[in-house]
Design a binder for this molecule. Structure first.
Ligand code: ADP
Ligand code: ADP
Length: 228
């Protein structure tokens, strides 16, 4: 489902963030991306939803080559990819319900069907009872659950989470992890960049470590591997 070959990324300011990356990730995998700050983890994930383009090499996601994809096809690619950020990025003036409905690609669906899909996904993240709240009225963990609901409402094949627990306390972080595990259990590929040694060493999954723009370790049931 994801294949990178000979990928380099140099930003316009001359910084080389990825320096020869080859990787293959199958549908349904759960992968942690670890490594020091500035190693290239965000750049690696940004290439997968065409937030950034590679300077060299090929990035294939869901059969699209993102190095050559036409601009007008990018929305179709993104429909199959959900993204979750450390800082939630919810629209502050919209309710929980509206934040999720807004993300739904409304293609010939009746208002009743839309409503059902939004409420189903809010149920999945256990927030049905807060559908009318605005983000400011929610705890951090609840806001992250809204952002996860928004990311999965289109039933994407791939969910990318960039430090999804970075702003959360430990209990809340585990809650988010259990939701991500459930989503992965339903067949969605999950890629998660993280600095949490505790999570990586407890919920053991594939670990890809990036340092100085290169993959330095790739283990099926890996460990975090850095001192904190
Ligand atoms: P990480 O997520 O591991 O912290 P990043 O991918 O964010 O790493 O950054 C890798 C390198 O690329 C860093 O040196 C960073 O400063 C640089 N970088 C990231 N984004 C940009 C950008 N938009 N423009 C220029 N340099 C960038
Ligand atoms: P935490 O400390 O665990 O992040 P909070 O103390 O912020 O949680 O919130 C606890 C509960 O109270 C949450 O369920 C949240 O939805 C609710 N809550 C917090 N602030 C408000 C508010 N301004 N209006 C309505 N409900 C709120």
């Amino acid at each position: 489902m994801i294949e990178m070959k000979g990928v380099y990324k140099t930003y316009p300011n001359g910084v080389t963030a990825l320096n020869g990356v080859d990787v293959h990730i199958d549908q349904g995998e759960f992968v942690y991306i670890v490594g020091p700050s500035g190693a290239g983890k965000s750049t690696f994930t940004k290439l997968m939803f065409r937030e950034e383009k590679p300077s060299e090499g090929s990035v294939i996601v869901n059969d699209y080559n993102l190095a050559t994809i036409k601009e007008r096809k990018v929305p179709y690619l993104r429909r199959n990819i959900g993204v979750v950020y450390q800082d939630f990025r919810l629209l502050p003036r919209l309710t929980v319900y509206e934040n999720v409905a807004f993300a739904l690609e409304v293609i010939e669906e009746s208002p009743n069907q839309i409503r059902r899909r939004v409420m189903d996904v809010l149920d999945q993240v256990r927030l049905k009872n807060k559908a009318r709240f605005i983000p400011d009225e929610l705890s951090g963990g609840e806001q992250q659950r809204v952002s996860i609901a928004r990311a999965i409402v289109n039933h994407p094949k791939l969910l990318i989470a960039d430090e999804p627990t970075g702003n959360l306390d430990p209990d809340t972080s585990w809650e988010i992890m259990h939701i991500l595990e459930e989503i992965n259990g339903n067949g969605t590929t999950v890629l998660m960049a993280t600095h949490s040694q505790e999570i990586v060493n407890t919920i053991r999954r594939r670990v890809i470590a990036i340092e100085d723009g290169q993959i330095v370790r790739d283990e099926a049931r890996g460990e975090y591997g850095y001192e904190i």
